[in-house]
Ligand binder design. Structure first.
Ligand code: ZN
Length: 269
C-alpha cells in the first residue's frame, strides 16, 4: 500500500520547520552575542583574611551573596585580598570599590583611594571599613565619612530594630518603616554623621533597642547605621559582623539594592 503524504510536507509545516531550523542554527550566535554584552558596571571588593574572625566570616558570605547578585544584576563582581590593588591603574577599571572587612593601611593605598573618590569613583563600605580613631591618622577619610569618629560598640552581636529615616528614598522606599536586622555588632560615632549637612542618613538604630548589649552596653544616643555623604558617590552601612547578616530577606534585598544604587548613582543624590 502506498503511503499518503506525511504531514510535514504541508506548506504550513514546511514554514514552521524552516523557522525552527533557523532558530536552532542561530542559537549559538545569539548565545555568543549575549555573552559578549558588556557588564553594566564593574565592582572590585577588597577584603582581608587576617582580621577579626567574625569579620572574615562576613566577607566570605558577602562574596557569595554578591557573586549571585551580580548574575541577576548583570554586573561584574571581582574580589581581591591584595590592598595594593588600590592603585590608580587598577581602580580605573571599576565603577565601584567595596571594602568588606578592612581598610587601606598604607599611604600609597590611601592616596590612590582619595584620588579615585575625588574624581567620581564609587565606594560601598561595611562595618569595620569605616573604623577610624586617633590612631588611624587619616583625616581625609574622616571627612569623607561625614565627620564621624568611632566612639564605641555594644557587645555581643545582637539583632536590632532599624528605623527608616526617609521612606521616599530610592533605596528605602520598598522597606517597611522599621525592620528587625539580624545580629550585628553596632557601632556608635561621635559626632554623629547626621550633624553634617552633606550627610543623608537612611537608616538608624531604633531608640526602642536601648539598652543594647551585655558586656558592652549602649544606653542611648543617635546611632545611624546607613548613610551617604552626598559630596561623593558613597554609601556606608554598619552591618558586617558575623555569619548571620544575610539571614533576613528584607535586609538582603536592601544590601543587594545598595550596591547597585551606589554603583549607578550620580554624585549628590
Ligand atoms: Zn565587628
Amino acid at each position: 500500500m502506498e503511503a499518503g503524504p506525511i504531514p510535514t510536507s504541508t506548506p504550513m509545516m514546511k514554514t514552521m520547520l524552516r523557522c525552527v531550523l533557523s532558530l536552532l542554527l542561530c542559537l549559538p550566535l545569539l548565545c555568543r552575542i549575549a555573552e559578549a554584552q558588556p557588564p553594566r558596571f564593574r565592582v572590585l571588593a577588597f577584603y582581608s583574611e587576617t582580621v577579626e574572625h567574625d569579620h572574615v566570616d562576613f566577607a566570605h558570605q558577602a562574596i557569595s551573596f554578591y557573586t549571585e547578585a551580580a548574575k541577576r544584576g548583570a554586573y561584574r563582581f571581582e574580589t581581591t585580598r591584595d590592598w595594593d590593588d588600590m592603585n590608580a591603574t587598577k581602580l580605573a577599571g571599576y565603577q565601584l570599590v567595596v571594602w568588606l572587612d578592612d581598610f587601606p593601611h598604607t599611604a600609597a593605598q590611601r592616596a590612590a583611594f582619595e584620588a579615585y573618590m575625588e574624581h567620581g569613583g564609587g565606594w560601598l563600605g561595611f562595618h569595620i571599613a569605616a573604623y577610624n580613631d586617633s590612631g588611624t591618622r587619616w583625616p581625609w577619610f574622616v571627612s569623607f565619612l561625614g565627620g564621624g569618629v568611632f566612639y564605641g560598640n555594644e557587645w555581643p552581636p545582637l539583632p536590632a530594630t532599624i528605623n527608616v529615616d526617609d521612606p521616599q528614598h530610592p533605596l528605602t522606599k520598598s522597606l517597611p518603616k522599621s525592620f528587625l536586622s539580624p545580629p550585628n555588632e553596632w557601632y556608635v560615632w561621635k559626632p554623629s554623621p547626621r550633624e553634617n549637612k552633606d550627610v543623608k542618613v537612611l537608616l538608624t538604630l531604633a531608640p526602642s533597642n536601648y539598652p543594647i548589649g551585655m558586656k558592652d552596653v549602649l544606653t542611648a544616643g543617635d546611632l545611624p547605621v546607613m548613610w551617604t555623604n552626598t559630596r561623593y558617590r558613597m554609601l556606608y552601612t554598619n552591618m558586617g559582623h558575623g555569619d548571620r547578616i544575610f539571614t533576613s530577606e528584607t535586609q538582603n534585598k536592601l544590601l543587594e539594592d545598595s550596591l547597585v544604587w551606589v554603583a549607578t548613582m550620580k554624585q549628590g543624590r
